[in-house]
Each structure stands twice: as C-alpha cells, then as structure tokens.
Design a protein around this ligand. Sequence first.
Ligand code: NAD
Ligand code: UFG
Length: 336
Amino acid sequence: MILVTGGAGYIGSHTVVELLQAGREVVVIDNLCNGSQEAVRRVERITGKVVPLVEGDIRDRHALDAVFAEHAIEAVIHFAGLKAVGESVAKPLAYYDNNVNGTLVLCEAMAAAGVHRLIFSSSATVYGSEAPVPYLESMPRGSTSNPYGTSKAMVEKVLEDLAAADERWSMALLRYFNPIGAHPSGLIGEDPQGIPNNLMPFIAQVAVGRRDELAIFGNDYPTADGTCERDYLHVVDLAVGHLKALKALEAPGVSVYNLGTGQGISVLEMVKSFTRVTGVEVPYRFGARRPGDLPAFWADAAKAERELGWSTERSLDDMMADTWRWQSANPKGYAG
Ligand code: NAD
Ligand code: UFG
C-alpha cells in the first residue's frame, strides 16, 4: 500500500490513477485546502477502484499515526504542500509551516511506523537564478528567490541529512519542470482556485470564456521571440515518473532526478500551439515582466532516462488536446 499525501490535488490525482492501473493499492491523505473530494471520486471512476481518502493534515501527527496504524504502508509519495510563488512571498510562515514542518512531521511519523521509502515533489526552482541551462542534477542548489522555492530547497537538504543519519531511508527527490495537461479521459485535470498563476490553466480559462485575455508577462527577454521559455511536460508522463522512481527505491540514500522533456518552449509558442490543436483563439496582449521570472530554463533529463528508464512520451499537441478536453468538459473545474 502506497500513502499519497496531497493525492486529491493536480499531480497527486494523476499519479494515483497510474498507481492503481499498475496494480498498486493507495491511500490518500489530503486536507483539501487546494484539492477536492470530487477529484478522488473521478479517479475511482477512471480506474474502477476504491480510493480511501483521509481528510487530514500532514502536520497532524495523530492523523498520520492513525493512517500508518490502519494500513500496511510500504512507501510514501509526498505531494502535499502549498505551491503559489506569489502567495509565498506574502505568507512565508504558511509556506514554511506546510512545506517544511509538514515534511518533518511526516518523516517522524514514517520513522515511528518503520516506513523509510519516500518520494518527494521538488521543483526546478531549487537550481536558483544563476544556474546555466540545461539544468543538471549535479549542479548545486542555487539561491532561491521566494519562500516557496526556499521551502523546496530546505526540504531537499533536510531529507539528505536524514538519509545520511540513518541508512534505512531510501528517497527520491523529483525536480519537476512545468507539468501541464490532463488525463486523456477529460475527467481530471488542473483546477486552480481563483485567478490562475500558471500559464496553461490561464490559457484554458481564456479559451473557455472565463477570462477575457491572456497577459503575456514580457516580450523583451533574450529569447528567440522575446517571451520566456519553459520545459512543459505532460502530467501523465510526470505521474509515470513516480512509478518508475518507486520501483527504483531500493538502495539506501537519496537520488535526485529532473523530470522534464529537455526542451524549452516559449509563451508565444504555447498560445499558438493551443490554437492550432484546438481551433480556439486565445486573445492576448503583452504586459510587463513578472518579477522573479527567469528568461529560459529546461531540464537535462538524461539521468532519469538512464537510471529509471523514464522519458516523456506525450507531445506538446497531446498536452494541448488533453488540457482542452478537460477544460471544455469542466468549464468551472470540479465545481461543475
Ligand atoms: P496541488 O495544490 O494541486 O496539490 C497539492 C495537494 O496537497 C492539494 O490537494 C492540497 O489540498 C494538499 N495539501 C496542501 N497542504 C496540505 C497539508 N498540510 N496536509 C494535507 N494536504 C495538504 O498542487 P500540485 O500541482 O499537484 O503539486 C503537487 C506537489 O508538486 C507540490 O508539493 C508542489 O509544490 C510540487 N510541484 C508542483 C509543480 C507544478 O507546476 N504544479 C512544479 C514543481 C513542484
Ligand atoms: N505567464 C504569462 N502569463 C500568465 C502566466 C504565466 O505570460 O498569465 C508566463 C510566465 O511569465 C512564464 C511562463 O508563462 O514565463 C510560465 O509561467 P508559469 O507560472 O506557468 O510557470 P513558472 O515556470 O513561472 O513556474 C513554475 C512552477 C513553480 C516553480 C517555477 C520554477 O509553477 O512552482 O516553475 O521552477 F517554482
């Protein structure tokens, strides 16, 4: 049985589908601060399997102890956390509490239950603003520019120290680049609350008529078309990466993997691809740069291919088509 923290959220729900379809048993703990019960119900519809959902907080040691007592957990995939960069600047304590303290409490509960296999959701943001592209796992963590990024870098360090102190721990730190897209069923996808911070859900909400136009944050970057470049990968490919990492969790210690395609795509190319694939126009205007944005970064994803046998299989067109299938069938997300 695999414990998935944050399994009612975007990446977690897609990973639970892949786990169940691979024959794994899963229990989810989620406090539903940014996830929904409906996402878990839809995972059950896709897979035809029951997913126990514990509505609880990973900072609540008693809730965790009860989960470990009730289920024979072999490993934990840890998605639970807060992820909005801008909000983290305004509410740093909430981010350190959820992301750092939450992980400490989780690790204490795991150790007490004798569970030492952990997969952690890290981010490309830990490379910091000075790293040359493409990012390689052997590069040092850099200076992060917001509390969200700092919380991910701190947790990575904490986990490395923990694994160094006790060789029973086996951990994978997965550094995601930019996950987008949705399950091809159209039943689950990204459902941000309020105004989306991220590009793809914003494009999708403009396309479905929830927002008038996209503001492209800057067109004077030193890139081919002046807009920022990112490494967008399909969320189902990312989910599959967790299964591969889980299978490889045998040796003691910490392994770090970039999960990306290895290719940068510009904001303008994203908008054009969406329209080409879906036929839906996305009105946009160029606006000011967003503070803290880097011009361009993408992964060197060779290590994951070499050691895990993982590489992305879904194309940019798949990402666009699947995003639109989800958004057009669920214009208001899980709310209807
Ligand atoms: P999400 O917000 O959709 O999912 C996170 C889930 O965790 C939500 O369902 C939320 O309700 C739950 N949660 C938050 N705090 C909790 C707590 N204290 N106790 C229990 N549950 C809690 O986000 P996501 O996009 O699915 O991201 C999953 C993980 O991947 C996060 O750790 C995020 O930082 C990391 N990550 C995401 C991206 C991205 O672009 N989406 C990129 C890099 C890393
Ligand atoms: N963008 C726009 N308009 C929007 C939203 C985004 O032009 O309305 C642009 C951004 O300026 C950026 C690109 O689209 O150039 C991608 O932006 P996202 O917010 O989708 O993604 P980021 O690369 O900025 O952020 C992601 C994750 C963060 C993580 C960060 C660094 O969402 O969790 O990568 O790794 F911290």
